[in-house]
Write a protein that binds this ligand. Structure first.
Ligand SMILES: [Cu+2]
Length: 180
């Protein structure tokens, strides 16, 4: 038993070291501060790079209850809250895939599962995307490229197949992803 534990620890340490040196070009963690269309703070995201993708932990409040789409949009700006955060452009999608986690011609690299906001307007959830990398990694889209990226929340759920954004509707909150 003791021997097994020692071996497991060594394997994990090796995996972690590989991730730092080969997989993320030096960016291990990033964060985003969300604002709504009135520029009010509505919570945070913490993004952590790993060897197989990026974990995204969301801690949000002040949102309308129910299922909401969230995506990685291709430009790192939330400069236009009143206009509905259109400056963040479309999804992170360097390979030109169709939208949708449930689409045979998708997904694009900005696609994520839906959030489900509780009746009190809050949600805490961790997501994981194998399609993206913070600083760049083989076969994954780069979140922190020259023009950055933003996490954007929409008013409706994403049906994960309808073009171009799964029927998600207008954008209600936005957070620019920044390296920590
Ligand atoms: Cu979106």
């Amino acid at each position: 038993m003791r021997k097994f534990k020692t071996l497991s620890f060594a394997a994990c340490a090796a995996l972690a070291a590989g991730a730092v040196h080969a997989d993320n070009h030096g960016v291990a963690e990033a964060g985003a501060d969300f604002i709504d269309k009135e520029s009010k703070s509505v919570g945070t995201a913490t993004l952590t790079e790993g060897p197989n993708g990026v974990a995204i932990y969301l801690d949000l409040h002040g949102l309308p209850p129910g299922p909401k789409a969230i995506h990685i949009h291709s430009v790192g700006t939330c400069e236009d809250p009143e206009a509905g955060f259109v400056a963040s452009k479309g999804h992170l999608n360097p390979d030109g895939k169709e939208h949708g986690l449930m689409n045979p011609k998708g997904p694009d690299a900005g696609d994520l599962p839906n959030l489900v906001v509780l009746d009190d307007g809050s949600v805490k959830v961790e997501m994981f995307t194998p399609l993206a990398s913070l600083g760049g990694a083989e076969g994954r889209a780069t979140i922190l490229d020259a023009d950055g990226a933003a996490l954007v929340i929409h008013i409706n759920r994403d049906d994960h197949i309808t073009q171009p954004i799964g029927g998600a509707g207008p954008r209600i909150a936005c957070g620019v992803v920044k390296a920590k």
